[in-house]
Design a binder for this molecule. Structure first.
Ligand code: NI
Length: 156
């Protein structure tokens, strides 16, 4: 378990397309553990994608940390296969420190992925969770929220 360095928006790795995970190797297990450690270390992050720690694999973790019993969600090879509606939320990104902006995302989605053990799961998401899944999934294709922001970015 280790906290990894989070790349910021000038890093070209953030613009690459990540590769699928073909097997849950010890290396992938360590990556997931480290990503969770890294996410919690930030104190305010709710999601982190593997390219943000310099690993171009299709993995992201989310923990909205809305209550004490909050459990992290691990998505490996995620596929958002259904979306509908729309919502606009203020987004930020651990790789884009000090900047926020409004982004339009689906109001509702369905996603399938593998969990940390490599078991397939399928879930529905709305609200903040849906926004967060879309934001993290974009990282796997080299897309940052700043590419989709409506109007001006807010700077801290
Ligand atoms: Ni992000």
């Amino acid at each position: 378990m280790a906290v990894r360095n989070i790349l910021t928006d000038e890093d070209p790795l953030l613009r690459k397309t990540s590769r699928e995970v073909s097997e849950i190797t010890p290396r992938i297990e360590t990556l997931v553990e480290d990503m969770l450690d890294t996410l919690y270390e930030t104190g305010n992050g709710i999601g982190l994608a593997a390219p943000q720690v310099g690993v171009l694999r299709r993995v992201f973790v989310i923990d909205l940390q809305e209550d004490e019993d909050s459990q992290p969600l691990v998505f490996i090879n995620p596929e958002i296969y259904e979306t509908d509606g729309s919502q606009v939320n203020q987004e930020g990104c651990l790789s884009v420190p000090g900047r926020w902006g409004e982004v339009e995302r689906p109001a509702h989605l369905r996603v399938r992925a593998l969990n940390a053990k490599g078991e397939p799961f399928d879930m529905e998401a709305t609200g903040l969770l849906a926004t967060c899944i879309c934001h993290e999934n974009d990282h796997l294709d080299g897309i940052l929220f700043t590419d989709k922001v409506i109007g001006e970015l807010d700077e801290a």
